[in-house]
Design a protein around this ligand. Structure first.
Ligand code: 9MG
Length: 261
């Protein structure tokens, strides 16, 4: 899943891809590099960020989805937790919803049910503005798995088909570095519940803090973590550096599938 942030303050793109033309060029490059999904987001969810209004988010995301629709052949995903944005985005060509709030906003379950597209349910403790203040868990893996299974139950109760759900532990969303490490080691416990698991570790603070790397120096660390997530069963890797990440995932898959010579 290639990341296409269309926010002026985005986590690592710094607003470079804000215009629809630049967004299309970047999406085409990610597709050529092997992305199977392009995830378009108009609201930053980096630690400390504040939300934007529905109108602001719509004005960022919809022109980009319209520009991409029919021009790239891989499915488009919309990274949003707002029901109105979900509805308009699917209307504009998005075929997947990536919700960092796991459909907890009012009206989000109903929107996802009506739209009948696949949804990624992500775990987050707190909100982006405050989530890194004091993340706290007794058993991070158990708590994240329990939360996600409860969201699956809520989604199914609302009429969303189980086959349309995927799960994401939300690396960096209300987690310390040790929490993120535990979650990555414990990923098979989430994978074991049978739904596809998405992992997003690309350029995250974990890489920066552990290795002492600035944002633009996190490629090797991000690919290492993507490799580990794939080996632990993640089926979708959300990444900025698509070509390098796809190479790593393809090699893991090759080695895992190889039979004894
Ligand atoms: C929008 N966004 C930022 N980081 C993410 C992650 O790790 N997973 C998902 N699903 N979305 C993310």
């Amino acid at each position: 899943m290639g990341i296409l942030n269309v926010t002026p303050d985005s986590f690592s793109d710094g607003g470079v891809f804000v215009g629809a033309d630049q967004a299309l060029a970047h999406a085409r490059q990610m597709e050529a590099d092997g992305a199977a999904i392009i995830d378009v987001g108009g609201e930053s969810t980096r630690p400390g960020s504040r939300g934007v209004s529905v109108d602001e988010e719509l004005s960022r995301v919809i022109p980009v989805l319209e520009a991409l629709h029919g021009e790239v052949s891989v499915p488009l995903s919309v990274d949003t937790s707002k029901p109105a944005v979900m509805r308009a985005a699917v209307d504009a060509g998005a075929g997947l919803i990536n919700d960092v709030m796991a459909l907890r906003r009012d009206g989000a379950l109903a929107a996802a049910r009506d739209l009948s597209v696949p949804v990624c349910l992500m775990h987050m403790q707190g909100t982006p503005e405050t989530m890194q203040d004091k993340p706290c868990y007794q058993h991070v893996v158990k708590e994240v798995v329990t939360f996600l299974l409860e969201r699956v139950e809520a989604a199914e109760a609302a009429g969303i088909e189980r086959c349309n759900l995927m799960l994401d532990p939300g690396f960096g969303f209300g987690k310390t570095d040790p929490h993120n490490a535990e979650l990555l080691k414990g990923l098979p416990k989430l994978v074991g519940h049978g739904l596809p698991v998405l992992a997003g570790l690309s350029r995250k603070s974990l890489v920066g803090r552990v290795l002492g790397r600035a944002m633009e120096e996190r490629l090797a660390g991000s690919v290492a973590l993507a490799t580990m997530a794939t080996m632990h069963g993640a089926r979708i890797i959300r990444a900025h550096d698509v070509r390098e990440t796809v190479d790593a995932v393809r090699l893991v898959n090759y080695v895992m599938a190889a039979q004894g010579a």
